[in-house]
Every structure is written in structure tokens, then in C-alpha cells.
Design a protein around this ligand. Structure first.
Ligand code: AHG
Ligand code: MN
Ligand code: MN
Length: 354
């Protein structure tokens, strides 16, 4: 029988590679895994919330009736605010930095997260996810500040996601490869199922919301046509898959090869940056994809190099196999100079996002 590796054991074994590690970091990843199990449990019960709530006179299921994204947010905050491992948190669901309450010890890391990705899929029984990223505290004071949160993705110490799909999987990297764990619901443990994930060199899919084609810039249109094999080069078309939960789209493409696209456009020239959030979605997946041999770009350059200017900053996103993403940059450079001019001030932090 092959050896069974729980996520805790894996984190501990990885920590041995860092002789100065204190264990705080290991504990932090473990706490995230625990929060993921709680969210997974609620996710599988999501369709029952109304039925159970209605059947219970005293409504002891009050918490379960909360919207799942609020539950996920509260769960991650509650699991991590008192452990002494964090100096602050930031969530897609909160406008500002989430401070560590005074009564709790302050730690050396910042946790950023999208508690529930793909919220529009919750009520229709389609895969959803959680995304997280961990930066090291860099400011001098005791408490964490925005400066600690707003670091480029190249400085991440760890990142990962959980996908609540036909099974629940947690995928993470500390910069030593990308590793995937599948939740065994019987024993309640994440078990190593995908060691050292690398993108297949031959991609299978492209993922984009094709419904918005009329808003696309000329470069993005040409690029997607190229993905469809319209321009030949002897290439067969890539199949199109789009779930609408980026975590699930990304996870599938990571295992099968391909590119996920959420472009910027000039529909409103004041908002040329698309939809994805830099701090809660793009940074984490950019770190993971680079660890898996791929590349993430905003259409202009690497996501890893963007110096963030605000917590809720948005970026266009092209992420997956390196050659496919670089091709997007080429098409955009050739045909979308108007868009680049409108977008660059946001990339460079000269104009702050809404
Ligand atoms: P969230 O649920 O965290 O707000 O994120 C939704 C995101 C992402 O998961 C998905 O890929 C994208 O929105 C889908 O957007 P469209 O419906 O515009 O395609
Ligand atoms: Mn999201
Ligand atoms: Mn979300």
C-alpha cells in the first residue's frame, strides 16, 4: 500500500526544508484547511438550509441559513483571528483590512482571501471555491497595516485554493511546487492525491465568458479566434469550457492544460480593468500557476510584478500555459494600444480603482 499523507503531515515535512520555521506558518495552513472543511460541510448542505430551517420551530439552524458566502467569510475570520499567527486579514467581503482584536496576540503573517468564489453558482449546485494568499508582515509597528497586505504576488509566502466540487480539494504551494489534497469525508482529512502538479504541455481548454464578446477589444477577439484554430498554423481548436467559478475553471485547466481569460475592455473607458480582484483572486492563482510551469498576465505583463495600490483593485487576467498567455500579450500589443493607454495608469497605481 502506498503511504497515506495527510495535509498536516505534508505541511510538517515541507517545513523541515526551512530550518528557521517556527511552526506558526504550518499552523496557519492547517487552520485554513480546517476552515475549508467547515465550509465544505455547509456547502453540501446548502440546498437543505431552507427545508431544515422551516422544519425547526426554534430554528437551531439559524447559522446554516446564513448566506453561504457570509458563513464562509465568518468561518475563516473566526478560525484565524485569535491564533497569534496573523497581524491582519483582508477579505473580498470586507471593505477594509480586518484587524486582529486587541485581546489576541499579533503574528507575522497577513491572510488575504476570497471566502466563496463563484457565488452565482451556489444555488444551482455547481462547483464553487475559496482562494487564499499569505504575505509576510513587513511594517515596523505591532499591528498589521495596509502596507503588509499590499505586496506584489512575487512576495507571497504561500497561496492556494479549495474547490468544492464532486469532491472537495485543497491545492496549495509554499513555493516548492503545487500539491493537491482530496477531502476524505469519512475520516474528515485532506489526503495527498496530486503531488507536484505541473501543467500538461499540450493544452486542452480555453475558458472565457463568450457572451461578452461584443465588448472585447480587437486584440482579444483575434486572440480567441486564434485559440479556436481560425488562423490555422496547423492547430486544432481548443475546446471551450466555462463554469463561471474561476477556482473550478482554473483547477480544471491546471490539470488538463489551457487558459482562463477575463479581459479588460473599453465598454466604460474609466473602468478598463475587467472584473477579477488582484488581491483576492489573481495574485494567488498567478503564484500557483507559476509554480506549475505556467504564466499569468494582465495582458500587458506578469501579474506577479504588479505593485498593488488598493485592496479591491481589479485586473484583467490571462492565466494558464505560458505559450498561450504570451500569445494573448502579443495580440494585445499589436491591436489594443488604445486599451493599453487607458489601463496602464491602473496597473501602475497612478489611478486608484473604484
Ligand atoms: P465571486 O463569486 O467571488 O464574486 O467571483 C465570481 C467571479 C469568478 O469566480 C468567475 O470566474 C467570474 O466571476 C464570472 O464572471 P462572469 O459571470 O462575468 O463571467
Ligand atoms: Mn471570486
Ligand atoms: Mn467571492
Amino acid at each position: 500500500m502506498s503511504k497515506v499523507v495527510t495535509i498536516e503531515r505534508h505541511i510538517l515535512e515541507q517545513q523541515r526544508a526551512f530550518p528557521h520555521a517556527t511552526g506558526a506558518f504550518t499552523g496557519l495552513l492547517y487552520d485554513i484547511a480546517l476552515a475549508a472543511k467547515l465550509i465544505a460541510r455547509e456547502t453540501t448542505r446548502a440546498g437543505l438550509a431552507d427545508i431544515l430551517g422551516a422544519a425547526e420551530e426554534h430554528n437551531i439552524y439559524g447559522e446554516r441559513q446564513q448566506k453561504l458566502d457570509v458563513f464562509a467569510n465568518d468561518t475563516i475570520v473566526r478560525m484565524n483571528d485569535h491564533t497569534g499567527r496573523l497581524c491582519a486579514m483582508a477579505s473580498e467581503e470586507n471593505d477594509d483590512l480586518i484587524p486582529i482584536p486587541d485581546k489576541h496576540p499579533i503574528g507575522r503573517y497577513v491572510l488575504l482571501f476570497d471566502p466563496l468564489d463563484g457565488s452565482s453558482n451556489i444555488d444551482v449546485n455547481v462547483s464553487i471555491g475559496t482562494i487564499f494568499a499569505i504575505h509576510r508582515k513587513i511594517s515596523d509597528g505591532e499591528h498589521g497595516t495596509l502596507e503588509d497586505a499590499l505586496q506584489p504576488a512575487s512576495k507571497l509566502v504561500a497561496a492556494g485554493y479549495v474547490v468544492y466540487g464532486s469532491s472537495t480539494m485543497l491545492v496549495y504551494s509554499t513555493g516548492q511546487g503545487v500539491h493537491g489534497f482530496t477531502l476524505d469525508p469519512g475520516v474528515g482529512e485532506f489526503l495527498l492525491s496530486h503531488e507536484n502538479i505541473q501543467l500538461p504541455s499540450k493544452p486542452a481548454y480555453y475558458s472565457v465568458n463568450q457572451g461578452y464578446e461584443k465588448y472585447w477589444t480587437p486584440g482579444v477577439r483575434s486572440y480567441v479566434k486564434w485559440l479556436q484554430g481560425v488562423y490555422g498554423e496547423g492547430g486544432t481548436p481548443l475546446a471551450h469550457r466555462y463554469i463561471g467559478s474561476m477556482v473550478a475553471d482554473f483547477h480544471r485547466n491546471l490539470l488538463r492544460g489551457g487558459v482562463f481569460i477575463y479581459p479588460g475592455d473599453l465598454q466604460n473607458p474609466k473602468e478598463p480593468y475587467g472584473k477579477m480582484r488582484l488581491m483576492f483572486e489573481a495574485q494567488s492563482l498567478a503564484f500557483l500557476v507559476s509554480q506549475a510551469g505556467g504564466y499569468a498576465s494582465d495582458g500587458v505583463g506578469s501579474i506577479l510584478d504588479i505593485q498593488p495600490s488598493s485592496l479591491h483593485q481589479r485586473v484583467p487576467l490571462f492565466i494558464g500555459n505560458r505559450d498561450l498567455v504570451e500569445k494573448a500579450e502579443n495580440f494585445i500589443r499589436e491591436a489594443d494600444q488604445d486599451w493599453i493607454r487607458a489601463y496602464l495608469p491602473f496597473r501602475q497605481g497612478e489611478t486608484t480603482h473604484v
